[in-house]
Write a protein that binds this ligand. Structure first.
Ligand code: 1HE
Length: 262
């Protein structure tokens, strides 16, 4: 596999190497994403070891990610611009619809393409230092990493347009309130929380995780009539797996955890 960048790394954690920890490791440039880094991110997800059941992505240094590496924003003609954006799309598609659920551990700047990357993940955990912005609006450019598709699905088109029109910056608490993150945690604890969540996710039946990654977003986009039908098909497939039958039996025989509010 070609190695496109040493500015990103993969390490495996857990008793069975079931958690992949992916680190953006370019702190001097605030983890700005150049082409090599984006291609290396794609390579990591395409070559994910079989043992992995869930992934965490985080940034080294004081920020999660400063977005597109603006020093690489050369004069591109329209055709090259389309291909560049499509390259980002294919890499972030590997994150969203790749082999395993992905938890983003956020701190500091989560801006521009950094927010596009975070929005391709399935769960976002923001620590109290996080801030969210789309400075593309003031740089004279537009999102190109799937942001106009994914971010409105999190916060609505009106809020995204406001972020780009006015340069509005959402601090962590407000970001969590409007849906940019599902979890808000104290400073310095996002990675620990993300690892805790990834460990729980890794303990699910693989087909349940598959349905959540691949069926749920499609059902959510379907007209209700088609959604109900797709849901019925997916439910039947998932509950037919031997692992599902064993998990239900374990509950009925008192061998499984109850739901608890504590
Ligand atoms: C960069 C980048 C970058 C920092 N590309 N080099 N994204 C932006 O418009 C955000 C631009 N960055 C910032 O607003 C700030 O850097 C931060 C708020 C993220 C962090 O501030 P700070 O004070 O911690 O760092 P800094 O001093 O601004 O930056 C440190 C170095 O990183 C500095 O380089 P140096 O050689 O002078 O040390 C910066 O130039 C460099 N740096 N951010 C290149 N983004 C698929 S389309 C997506 C479109 C976008 O993402 S557009 C939004 C781009």
């Amino acid at each position: 596999m070609p190695i496109h960048s040493t500015d990103i790394s993969l390490s495996l954690q857990g008793a069975s190497s079931e958690i992949a920890v992916i680190t953006l490791n370019r702190p001097a440039k605030r983890n700005a994403l150049n082409d090599g880094l984006i291609l290396a991110l794609r390579d990591i997800f395409q070559g994910m070891p079989q043992s992995v059941r869930a992934a965490v992505i985080h940034g080294s240094g004081d920020h999660f990610c400063a977005g597109l590496d603006l020093s690489e924003l050369q004069e591109r003609d329209a055709g090259q611009g389309v291909h560049h954006s499509r390259m980002w799309h294919s890499a972030l598609e590997c994150v969203q619809h790749g082999p395993v659920p992905v938890v983003a551990a956020l701190h500091g700047a989560v801006v521009g393409g950094g927010l596009e990357l975070a929005s391709a993940c399935h769960i976002r955990v923001a620590d109290s230092t996080s801030f969210f912005a789309l400075p593309e609006g003031s740089r004279g450019i537009f999102v190109g990493g799937g942001g106009s598709v994914r971010i409105p699905r999190l916060i609505g088109a009106a809020r995204m347009a406001d972020m780009m029109f006015t340069g509005r910056v959402y601090k962590a608490e407000d970001g969590e309130r409007i849906g940019l993150a599902q979890y808000l945690v104290p400073e310095g604890t996002a990675l620990d929380k993300a690892l805790e969540l990834a460990t729980r996710i890794a303990g699910n039946a693989p087909l349940t995780n598959y349905a959540l990654m691949h069926a749920l977003p499609r059902i959510a986009e379907q007209p209700a009539d088609q959604g109900f039908f797709t849901e019925a098909l997916m439910a039947a497939i998932v509950q037919n797996a031997p692992e599902a039958k064993e998990r239900v039996r374990a509950f009925l025989e008192g061998r499984a955890n109850k739901v608890s509010k504590d």
